[in-house]
Write a protein that binds this ligand. Structure first.
Ligand SMILES: Cc1cc2nc3c(=O)[nH]c(=O)nc-3n(C[C@H](O)[C@H](O)[C@H](O)COP(=O)(O)O)c2cc1C
Length: 362
């Protein structure tokens, strides 16, 4: 049975509420009446942005695929002929599928209250209340391809990973490309945040004075100059401080390569949605895997390479052999609800044609 435009809209609403690095939403969606395409949009001339084949982009698209799949299940339609990176299609097409409805008409009422719309990032401090013991088993039971989740609650492991986050962060604040990407995403005022993409500073945990410091150091030459007196060390210890306080961390690991990263992205959003559903707050930290992936793609500056290699060895030593680390997430009960990030409007990111049998909307 062919699907209606409302069904496609509900699937794409789910897609656009996925997570993305710095909330840059590097996606475009296209429904031509027969196939749905999830496409990479790039970031124009932003030199620091992640490319289509970077693990960060693949994790993001894994998350989009997860949300579309879960919504399809919830509203009773089937995705079939699914293919990733189809060679007979647009070079920016990451995922293509056909869709069949199992019931006619609009999606069932209530689709907007699916838990995937409740998933969000909370960057504030968390309570030190311990998690229920069952949470670790719930997380360990989740799997997608080779991707797995592991919840850490013991203080020694948390301190070990907090140290790795500090080291990754210290490398990140000395990386020109990473700094340029952050600068391009920052939304410092309400008017800037209202555009619907990027990192709204209202979602940050900023102690007094930190917002002016952030504004001042947006320019890379200024950051590089202050790094000579060790500013990156201060920023890195601030970033790692909340990780150190726990009470839990979730590691998402998986297989290597494109499929490994897409699977990890799917699992990342599944676990994150579940944790939020359980009333837990979550903040991802990408710095450790990011520095390791940057070593492989050559975007770690020469003077930092030895340090990045030491980080790679230390993180590998803390993981099961042969696994790739995709994400470290801080998990705990929230003290305060987070300010929610926004999204670009659906019409800006999606082109939706009516199904051939469907009358045009009046
Ligand atoms: C690959 C990837 C890396 C991310 N890295 C970080 C990070 O290091 N720190 C952070 O606070 N959030 C990180 N995020 C979360 C995004 O900033 C967040 O998903 C986005 O701003 C949208 O907000 P939401 O999760 O509340 O919907 C990351 C997300 C993805 C998909």
């Amino acid at each position: 049975m062919s699907v209606t435009k409302q069904v496609i809209e509900s699937l794409l609403e789910a897609a656009r509420w996925a997570a993305s690095p710095d909330n840059m939403q590097p996606w475009r969606f296209r429904w031509d009446g027969a196939a749905l395409r999830l496409m990479f949009a790039g970031h124009g001339d932003n030199e620091g942005a992640f490319g289509i084949d970077s693990p960060a982009t693949l994790l993001t698209f894994g998350g989009v695929i997860e949300n579309v799949t879960r919504m399809a299940e919830a509203i009773g339609c089937q995705l079939y002929d699914a293919v990733t990176f189809p060679t007979d299609d647009d070079k920016n097409c990451v995922f293509r599928c056909r869709i069949e409805a199992t019931a006619p008409g609009a999606p069932p009422a209530g689709w907007r209250s699916h838990p995937l719309f409740g998933r969000h990032t909370n960057r504030l401090p968390y309570s030190d209340r311990a998690l229920p013991e069952q949470t670790a088993a719930d997380m360990a039971a989740l799997a997608q391809g080779e991707a797995r989740c592991r919840l850490l609650v013991d203080p020694a492991s948390i301190q070990r990973w907090a140290g790795l986050v500090r080291d990754g962060s210290s490398l990140r604040f000395r990386n020109r490309l990473a700094h340029i990407a952050l600068d391009a995403s920052l939304r410092m005022t309400e008017a800037e945040a209202a555009r619907g993409d990027g990192l709204d500073v209202a979602t940050f945990f900023l102690p007094p004075g930190a917002k002016s410091m952030l504004s001042y150091t947006r320019s890379w030459p200024r950051m590089a100059m202050l790094n000579r007196v060790g500013l990156y060390k201060l920023f890195a210890s601030i970033e790692a401080d909340l990780v150190r306080k726990g009470p839990a961390l979730l590691l998402v690991t998986g297989g290597a390569g494109r499929q490994g990263a897409l699977d990890a992205g799917q699992l990342l959003l599944r676990a994150w949605t579940r944790l939020n559903e359980l009333g837990l707050a979550v903040q991802p930290y990408y710095v450790v895997p990011d520095q390791v992936f940057r070593l492989a793609d050559g975007t770690v500056p020469e003077e930092s390479r030895a340090e990045a290699q030491a980080l790679e060895r230390a993180s590998a030593a803390a993981l099961p052999p042969g696994t790739t680390l995709y994400m470290v997430l801080r998990v705990g009960y929230p003290n305060k609800p987070a300010v929610r990030s926004r999204r670009l409007p659906l019409e800006q990111v999606a082109a939706i044609a009516a199904a051939p049998s469907e009358p045009a909307a009046g």
